[in-house]
Write a protein that binds this ligand. Structure first.
Ligand code: AHR
Length: 346
C-alpha cells in the first residue's frame, strides 16, 4: 500500500514537472515569435565612402539600427553612383522592407523611384543631403545639416578674421575646392561663400570640385597653385579635401596657416570629425572648421519609432552645429541677426 502511494506521488511529481517544462518551452517560443515579429526591416542606401564623415555616418546608422535594437538593416553602398542607389532602392521595394533610408548623392533624379516606394507603401526617410522633388509627400521626412548656414558661418568667420587683421577686401583671393557637384552639401556651402564674397567684393580666384576626397583636394589645389600666385585663402568644402590641399601647399614649398600678411595660405573647411584635420586645426594648418555632424543613426531611429507609434515627424529636422577654430581672437560670429559662438580648440 505504502509502495502504491509512493509510486502515485512520484508519477504526480513527474507529470507536474513535464507540464512545467512544456509551458516554459511554449512561453519561450512565444517570446521569440513576438520579438521576431517586432524586428523592423530597414533598407539603407548610403551614397558611398568618400570621406571620414561618410564612414562615421555609416557606422552610426549600423549601430543604431542594429539587431539588439530590434532592426534588420540591409545596407547598400552606392559607390558614388546614383544609378547604384536607385537599383538598391528598387531591390528594397522588391524585398518589401518596412522602411527605406536614403542618403542621396545628389539632389535631382529621385522622382520615379520614390514614386515606386510610395506606391508600395514604404515610408522613406532622407538623411544628410536632400532630394529635390516637386511632390514632398514622396518622402516622410529628412534629417541633416543646414549646409548653407554652415557656409554662411564660415564666410562670416573669414570676414571677422580679415577685419581684425586689417586685410582689405580687395586683398582677399580665395581658392574654392567644392564638394560633389549637385549635392546639397556643395550647393549650400558654395552659396554661403559666393553670396558673402559678392557682398564684400572678395575675389574668388577659381572654383573646382574636389569630390569631397583627399586625393582630388590635393590635385585641384596643386593645379590652382600652378595657375595662380595670389591665393591667400582656400575654402575647402570638407576636411578630406583640406588635408589634400595642405599636402599640395606644402609640396609647392608654401605654408598653410593664418598669417596671410606674411605669405601663409589660410585653409578653412567643414566636418570636424576627421582626427587628422582636428590636429591640423590645433597646429594652425587649418584655421577654422564648420562642424557637420554625421551621427544620424539615433536620429533616424527616433524618427522610425515616431512613425511606428503613428505620429507624424517634422518634415525637416535640422541638426545644431558649431564652428571650431584655434584662432583665439574670434569668439562669436554673426549671420544676419543671429550670433553664433565659436569653439576655441586648444
Ligand atoms: O553631405 C555631407 C558631406 O558629405 C560631408 O561634409 C562630407 O565630408 C561628405 O562626404
Amino acid at each position: 500500500m505504502r509502495k502504491t502511494v509512493r509510486l502515485t506521488a512520484i508519477l504526480l511529481l513527474l507529470a507536474t514537472f513535464l507540464v512545467a517544462c512544456r509551458s516554459t518551452a511554449v512561453s519561450e517560443s512565444s517570446t521569440e515569435t513576438e520579438s521576431e515579429r517586432k524586428m523592423i526591416t530597414v533598407g539603407f542606401s548610403q551614397l558611398g565612402a568618400e570621406s571620414d564623415w561618410r564612414s562615421t555616418n555609416t557606422e552610426s546608422m549600423q549601430t543604431a539600427l542594429s539587431k539588439e535594437n530590434g532592426y534588420n538593416l540591409i545596407y547598400k553602398n552606392g559607390q558614388q553612383k546614383q544609378a547604384n542607389q536607385i537599383t538598391a532602392l528598387r531591390m528594397f521595394i522588391q524585398q518589401d522592407v518596412d522602411y527605406i533610408v536614403l542618403a542621396p548623392e545628389t539632389e535631382t533624379g529621385w522622382e520615379f523611384v520614390l514614386q515606386e516606394a510610395q506606391a508600395a507603401g514604404i515610408p522613406v526617410i532622407i538623411v544628410d543631403r536632400r532630394v529635390n522633388v516637386d511632390d514632398r509627400s514622396l518622402y516622410s521626412c529628412w534629417v541633416g545639416s543646414d549646409f548653407e548656414l554652415e557656409g554662411q558661418k564660415m564666410a562670416a568667420w573669414i570676414y571677422e578674421y580679415t577685419k581684425i587683421k586689417g586685410i582689405a577686401a580687395e586683398d582677399i583671393h580665395i581658392a574654392h575646392i567644392q564638394g560633389t557637384m549637385g549635392s546639397t552639401a556643395q550647393l549650400g556651402r558654395t552659396r554661403g561663400l559666393t553670396n558673402t564674397a559678392r557682398e564684400y567684393g572678395w575675389d574668388i580666384v577659381a572654383s573646382e570640385s574636389g569630390d569631397f576626397t583627399e586625393i582630388r583636394g590635393k590635385e585641384v589645389m596643386a593645379s590652382f597653385l600652378r595657375k595662380y600666385d595670389n591665393i591667400n585663402i582656400v575654402y575647402c568644402e570638407n576636411d578630406n579635401e583640406a588635408i589634400g590641399a595642405i599636402a599640395a601647399i606644402e609640396a609647392a614649398g608654401k605654408k598653410a596657416g593664418p598669417d596671410i600678411a606674411n605669405g601663409e595660405i589660410m585653409v578653412v573647411s567643414f566636418d570636424g570629425i576627421n582626427q587628422d584635420a582636428m590636429q591640423y586645426l590645433r597646429e594652425g594648418k587649418i584655421s577654422c572648421i564648420a562642424e557637420c555632424n554625421p551621427l544620424h543613426g539615433p536620429r533616424v531611429q527616433t524618427l522610425i519609432e515616431m512613425i511606428e507609434r503613428g505620429e507624424t515627424p517634422e518634415k525637416f529636422n535640422y541638426v545644431t552645429e558649431t564652428l571650431f577654430s584655434s584662432v583665439p581672437e574670434i569668439k562669436n560670429i554673426k549671420v544676419g541677426d543671429e550670433s553664433y559662438e565659436v569653439d576655441i580648440v586648444k
